[in-house]
Ligand binder design. Structure first.
Ligand SMILES: Nc1ncnc2c1ncn2[C@@H]1O[C@H](COP(=O)(O)OP(=O)(O)O)[C@@H](O)[C@H]1O
Ligand SMILES: [Mg+2]
Length: 264
């Protein structure tokens, strides 16, 4: 079964990219092919966490010099990466037409693969890029941390996504917790606030501890799921990957990353 998962957050710096990268490694154990699309255009950094230095990025697709298929490459961990380009590229303010050409290009490329997972690292917040790329995915994971700003911004993001797409189902992952009980407690708190105002379903998919090992893995540019696959944190990423696949998907009438696959 092929599907796509958006990794989002209300505010930046909560660990979205760390999540996206480690989930990809975890999904390698479940799915034949894993793709990581970094849509944090102009601020892309998933390749940094993976210790990669991509030659071509979505910036080359947007400038018209490369096709989507030409910028996708398989990295040393077997993840197919599509980088979003860095600040030097003028890709921060793209128009709908460009977004849809990225969507179409990826969709066409993915037609060649079976049993794939597409993980999409989404920019923080609820601007058009974030909303449109999230809505193009079957599932949306919102990464939260135990801070009021994260709660408020995550609520605002879900509200904006719901208004635009009517997506009902959201996976919630809690980062930087003391232990899993702490994660569950924070989820319950977030759920009780959200359910007061929005008719959506939130699914707790797991938590990741606040750990020096994670920050070190970022500095070392080697995901913890690679350097310490047996650690509790890596096992949790695997659990989270499985839990995500057990949540219901969302559907809407618009363009998605895997529309053609689903019609076929
Ligand atoms: N579980 C964790 N434990 C400790 N530090 C973390 C953890 N997750 C993220 N961080 C820290 O937070 C920073 C931001 O993470 P990042 O994944 O880049 O966030 P985002 O993509 O949401 O902006 C990292 O550089 C890292 O130092
Ligand atoms: Mg990020």
């Amino acid at each position: 079964m092929s599907d796509s998962i958006a990794i989002t957050s209300g505010k930046g710096g909560v660990g979205k990219t760390t999540f996206a990268v480690n989930l990809c490694i975890a999904f390698k154990k479940i799915s034949k092919e894993v793709f990581l699309l970094d849509t944090d255009l102009g601020m892309a950094n998933s390749h940094v966490l993976l210790g990669d230095n991509p030659t071509y990025t979505l910036a080359d697709v947007l400038s018209g010099s490369k096709s989507v298929s030409e910028v996708i490459y398989k990295n040393k961990y077997g993840v197919n990466l599509i980088s979003g380009g860095t600040a030097s590229n003028n890709v921060l303010n793209i128009e709908n037409k460009s977004r849809y050409s990225i969507l179409n290009g990826i969709e066409n490329h993915l037609l060649n693969f079976n049993s794939l997972k597409l993980i999409v690292d989404i920019a923080a917040g609820a601007d058009d890029n974030a909303l449109i790329f999230s809505m193009a995915c079957d599932r949306v994971v919102v990464v939260i941390v135990g801070e009021p700003t994260s709660f408020i911004d995550s609520y605002a993001l879900i509200k904006a996504l719901f208004a635009k797409s009517s997506f009902k189902n959201y996976c919630i992952a809690v980062n930087q917790v003391d232990d899993d009980k702490h994660g569950k407690d924070l989820f319950k708190k977030f759920q009780s606030i959200t359910s007061k105002f929005l008719d959506v379903n939130l699914y707790y998919v797991g938590s990741i501890k606040n750990s020096k090992k994670v920050s070190k893995s970022i500095i070392d540019r080697e995901p913890i799921t690679i350097s310490e696959p047996k650690s509790e944190i890596s096992q949790n990423f695997l659990k989270i990957a499985k839990n995500i696949t057990e949540t219901p998907t969302n559907e809407w009438g618009g363009l998605t990353f895997l529309s053609q696959k689903k019609r076929a």
